[in-house]
Write a protein that binds this ligand. Structure first.
Ligand SMILES: O=c1[nH]cnc2c1ncn2[C@@H]1O[C@H](CO)[C@@H](O)[C@H]1O
Ligand SMILES: [Zn+2]
Length: 384
């Protein structure tokens, strides 16, 4: 047996390993208890449950519908309690804290400012409140011994018509906590080219954006996102699998689009559990991430919506480890892929890889080596 096949991480090692998250929705990751408290404070009486455990289960079950449209209906409740400055600061701070606690060292967290204006906040006030929350959460995480950096991605809703306005907002705050732009929401019937003006604007500004594509709709959506809109990354992108042919004898042939995605190292923000819930994949074992990793696509692992999917970065890696037998080396590969694909400047990404990620994994691997040596020399030392 080689070390490759042996250094499968334990759940505890997965949690302690430095992780990088590129695709996480702020309004998809609230603590159930927080939703209940803010609903009480602000007089929102539409919650389906008023006890935290039950509410958490309700979100997971309601999101487990097999359809993206139904999955998205659950966000009405989280957005309803994210309409005041105080609520946004709190939710963002808790998001940063929760991610740090889970071992995430760098995260890009997205939300749609246009969904937080119901009680009179302006777009700018929304962005500033969320930024304040992220800074507060980073500080609290540091105090409890965790190190995390969080950048915001501003999302425009693809069924609406505010993409250019939101892209301009992202550009205005690019040196103050906002690292890029995204579009989200129902995919079928809302092609990314509807928002071409926003993407062209951002390109002229040398700014960065990702596009949810190839989740609930197939190759045409991915093709438009890349070749018409010029996306730097793909949110999900799982349907790229439709352009990869695996013959009975195992021969693999990439179509032109899949070859382009791999050749150009286009990052795929993959979210396995979310994909199972919306019907974009049938099981973990059949999730395209297995094949895409083997073919060396620039695949990354993400949570999408921790509340609706009942997940975390550690949980996603545990599931992948159980399914595909991934080792610490695989986990490091996904993590370095993600860090390389982040929207912060190159020198800062490099510093994260060299100063945080590589030393973190080296330490975990040395624990494993030490345990192997102890085992072969008959020692019973338990390294915990
Ligand atoms: O997986 C997804 N696909 C498409 N849209 C999504 C997904 N998850 C969340 N949102 C949408 O993005 C908005 C801003 O965060 C959320 O309110 C939700 O409507
Ligand atoms: Zn998403």
């Amino acid at each position: 047996m080689t070390s490759q096949t042996l250094n499968i991480p334990t759940a505890d090692q997965i949690r302690r390993a430095p992780k990088v998250l590129l695709h996480d929705h702020l309004d998809g990751g609230l603590r159930p208890g927080t939703i209940i408290e803010i609903a009480r404070q602000t007089g929102y009486d539409g919650l389906p449950e008023t006890e935290p455990d039950k509410l958490g289960i309700w979100f997971r079950e309601a999101a487990d519908s097999g359809s993206l449209e139904r999955y998205l209906e659950t966000f009405a409740h989280t957005c309803a309690v994210m309409q005041t400055r105080e609520a946004l600061v709190r939710v963002a701070a808790e998001c940063a804290e929760d991610l740090a606690e889970d071992g995430v060292v760098y995260a890009e967290v997205r939300y749609a400012p246009e969904q937080h204006l119901e009680q009179g906040l302006t777009l700018e006030e929304v962005v500033e409140a969320v930024n304040q929350g992220f800074r507060e959460g980073e500080r609290r995480a540091r105090e409890s011994g965790h190190r995390i950096r969080v950048g915001a991605l501003l999302t425009a809703m693809r069924h609406a018509a505010r993409a250019l306005e939101i892209a301009e907002l992202a550009n205005r705050y690019r040196d103050s906590g906002v690292v890029g732009f995204d579009i989200a929401g129902a995919e079928a019937g809302f092609p990314p080219t509807r928002h071409l003006d926003a993407f062209e604007y951002l390109k002229r500004e040398n700014n960065h954006f990702t596009i949810h594509a190839g989740e609930a709709f197939g190759l045409p959506s991915i093709w438009q996102a890349l070749q018409w809109c010029g996306a730097d990354r793909l949110g999900h992108g799982v349907r790229i699998i439709d352009d990869i042919d695996v013959a009975d004898d195992g021969t693999i042939t990439l179509g032109r689009l899949a070859a382009y995605v791999r050749d150009k190292r286009i990052p795929l923000e993959m979210c396995p559990t979310s994909n199972l819930q919306t019907g974009a994949a049938d099981s973990y074992a059949e999730h395209p991430i297995g094949l895409l990793r083997r073919l060396h696509f620039r695949a990354t692992v993400n949570t999408d919506n921790r509340l609706m999917s009942g997940t975390s970065m550690s949980r996603e890696f545990e599931l992948l480890t159980e399914t595909f037998g991934y080792t610490l080396d695989d986990m490091q590969w996904f993590t370095v892929n993600a860090m390389k694909s982040a929207f912060i400047p190159f020198d800062e990404r490099l510093a994260m890889i060299n100063d945080v990620i590589k030393p973190g994994y080296a330490e975990l691997k040395s624990e494993w080596l030490f345990r192997q040596t102890a085992a072969t020399s008959g020692s019973t030392t338990d390294l915990g």
